[in-house]
Design a protein around this ligand. Structure first.
Ligand SMILES: [Zn+2]
Length: 358
């Protein structure tokens, strides 16, 4: 089956390709069996969720259910989300998604079970290790097939406020060990101190990062590091905290810092990425991109944050060229002029086939 498809990426020329056996090929290479009516639409090679938790739609603290994970993964494909970076859970259930075919799930990278200290996260949820045990825990996590290790960098202690979980030296060693095993490191940090420490230690992706500094951004930009602010999630956490509490004040300050930093990050060329992080289901990560545009990114950067930038940062060469996977998400309007349209694709093609809407 050879299907003719017209593809117009925002800001670029229209191309006409044929989807055949899941890959793009040149239209003149043989007879055409059918054509999709995509002329006049705008196309992206897929959306990406850089901070997903496919094990749940909210913070349930329960084990991942393989059937539910598969259901959420297919819902991502239906929404045009073709890459999910799962930033960890209380178990490794999400790693079984690698056994599913690519038309049933997004391309996946996943951290499996997170790593924290005793008292440094929800009790018993992450693997809890002390400073001296971190290196071994990271080596084990990096040897799983997900490609990521997720460390909880800071966490509030009752009556004390947020505390850093691991030292700079421990984080630096963790990064070295993970990289040697071919894995990347992501760190959860919402408070002060840990983000700068993590950037200096070489951590690949800063999750939330409410208290990053301009110097941190310059360092991240220089080495292709990622920042996933998860604005919708941070705003939801702030709103759940009691009015006038120190936690709510801290998150408010952090969110103001993020708003001030987003244009700086864009100017410096930092890889800012959109992540759903349970604020919305992973398939609705487009809402986070829209929020990034409202708060401080240009529309072009917000679209990149939920598409190209995530593919590029994880070493994926995607695009509308012969030989590449025939993946495309189509929109009625140019998303770089209307970021909100990202949540309402007109047509989704995964490996050359139309994906039925949910
Ligand atoms: Zn998260």
């Amino acid at each position: 089956m050879r299907t003719l498809v017209t593809l117009r990426p925002p800001g670029a020329d229209e191309v006409v390709l044929v989807a055949e056996d899941g890959y793009w090929s040149e239209p003149d290479a043989g007879p055409i069996d059918e054509a999709y009516e995509t002329h006049g639409l705008w196309a992206l090679p897929g959306l990406a969720d850089a901070h997903a938790h496919l094990s749940a739609d909210e913070m349930t603290l329960t084990p991942g259910d393989p059937d539910e994970i598969r259901r959420r993964a297919f819902a991502c494909v239906q929404a045009g989300v073709f890459l999910a970076l799962d930033k960890g859970w209380g178990d490794d259930a999400v790693l079984r998604l690698f056994d599913e075919p690519p038309d049933r799930r997004p391309d996946l990278e996943a951290a499996g079970r997170m790593i924290a200290t005793p008292g440094g996260y929800y009790p018993g949820f992450a693997e809890e290790v002390d400073e001296e045990q971190l290196a071994d825990a990271v080596a084990r996590a990096a040897s799983r097939r997900g490609g990521w290790v997720k460390i909880v960098g800071d966490w509030p202690r009752r009556g004390e406020g947020p505390r850093v979980n691991f030292s700079f030296e421990a984080l630096e060693a963790a990064v070295r060990i993970a990289h040697a095993a071919g894995a990347r490191v992501a760190i959860h940090t919402m408070a002060r101190e840990a983000p700068s420490m993590a950037v200096a230690a070489g951590v690949d992706s800063i999750e939330h990062g409410l208290f990053l500094t301009e110097d941190d951004l310059a360092a991240l930009a220089g080495r292709g590091g990622m920042w996933v602010p998860t604005l919708l999630r941070m705003e939801a956490v702030r709103d759940e905290l009691r009015e006038g509490s120190s936690g709510r004040r801290l998150l408010g300050e952090g969110l103001a810092n993020v708003a001030a930093l987003l244009p700086v990050a864009e100017r410096l060329g930092v890889t800012v990425l959109a992540g759903s992080d349970l604020a919305v289901p992973a398939r609705r990560v487009a809402a986070e991109a829209a929020r990034l545009a409202e708060v401080g990114l240009s529309p072009v950067a917000a679209v990149a944050a939920v598409s190209h930038a995530a593919f590029a940062a994880t070493g994926r060469d995607v695009g509308f060229r012969p030989g590449f996977p025939a993946d495309a998400v189509f929109f009625d309007r140019d998303p770089t002029e209307d970021v909100g349209i990202l949540g309402r694709p007109a047509l989704v093609l995964r490996r050359g086939r139309r994906v039925p809407a949910d």
